[in-house]
Ligand binder design. Structure first.
Ligand code: ATP
Length: 260
């Protein structure tokens, strides 16, 4: 059974219809990547799921309950957490202080300490740098810290918006290492990415968004063809793309994989 089931999500910015019926599922401990060009709707999808935006239509079932439209802090408290975008850590604060902020939802200091200890076990590199001012960490380490801050809230599902943004490819290994550790803990990841080869290399499933619609839900066979996915970004007709899984629970989604 899936941990998170999103069905037929429609989100607007005023009159702008940004999401036009997005449906997807995320299972425990898996990595699903949401790929698409600028403006495809990746961030809007994540923000709607995490409660930063309220959908006008559709459901988001997490932990057996439809959480669509609930406030972000309630959703975070339930274990569906979005990591700060763009490696947004408090650069004047130390690694430890940032993590303490990440664990702020805990009721007691003892719980905060336990959460941080768990994060340090997951990311020993951060333990080594616990007293270092975050602004002096490398870009990859700052991204690791931003993810660790979210992980300190003990999520079941973690949402990440373009974790490779602004990072040199040489740093991608740190990110992969980070994701591996989280999934080994049973945490599921839903990651928005524009970097197709990276998104393909980490995902068990890869969803392609265009114009606020999910146009493809690929199986591993397509993950080996990043050039094909790139063509989809640019609007090439998907009908010649090898058949893949159809998204579960979708209403009218991907219809015959023809792009509208
Ligand atoms: P990017 O990587 O550029 O952020 P994206 O795939 O995350 O792209 P979104 O940011 O989700 O795309 O944008 C989806 C659509 O919603 C686009 O047409 C965008 O112009 C529009 N949009 C996004 N944010 C706003 C906003 N605050 N106000 C109005 N329209 C917005």
């Amino acid at each position: 059974m899936s941990l998170l089931t999103v069905d037929n999500l429609h989100t607007y910015y005023g009159n702008i219809h940004a999401l036009k019926g997005v449906s997807l599922t995320v299972n425990q401990g898996e990595i699903v990547t949401l790929i698409g060009a600028n403006g495809a709707g990746k961030s809007t999808t994540l923000r709607t799921i995490s409660g930063l935006l309220a959908p006008r239509q559709g459901s988001i079932v997490f932990g057996g309950e439809n959480i669509a439209g609930q406030p972000a802090h309630t959703i975070t408290g339930r274990g569906l957490v979005q990591a700060p975008e763009g490696r947004r850590v408090f650069s004047q604060l130390t690694v430890q202080e940032n993590l303490e902020l990440g664990a702020y939802l805990r009721n007691s200091q003892a719980e905060v300490r336990a959460d941080i200890e768990r994060v340090f076990e997951l990311f020993p590199r951060l333990r080594e740098r616990r007293r270092q001012v975050s602004g002096t960490l490398s870009g990859g380490e700052q991204q690791m810290l931003a993810i660790a801050m979210a992980a300190a809230r003990r999520p079941a599902v973690l949402l990440l918006d373009e974790p490779t943004q602004g990072l040199a490819p040489s740093i991608y290994g740190i990110l992969r290492e980070t994701f591996d550790k989280l999934t080994q803990e049973g945490i599921a990841l839903l990651i928005a990415e524009q970097n197709i080869p990276f998104a393909a290399s980490i995902a068990s499933r890869c969803m392609v968004l265009r114009g606020g619609r999910l146009i493809l839900n690929t199986g591993p066979e397509l993950l080996e063809q990043p050039a094909k996915i790139a063509a989809l970004f640019l609007g090439e007709d998907a009908r010649d793309v090898p058949a893949s899984h159809s998204p579960s629970g979708s209403s009218g989604l991907i219809q015959s994989m023809a792009l509208g």
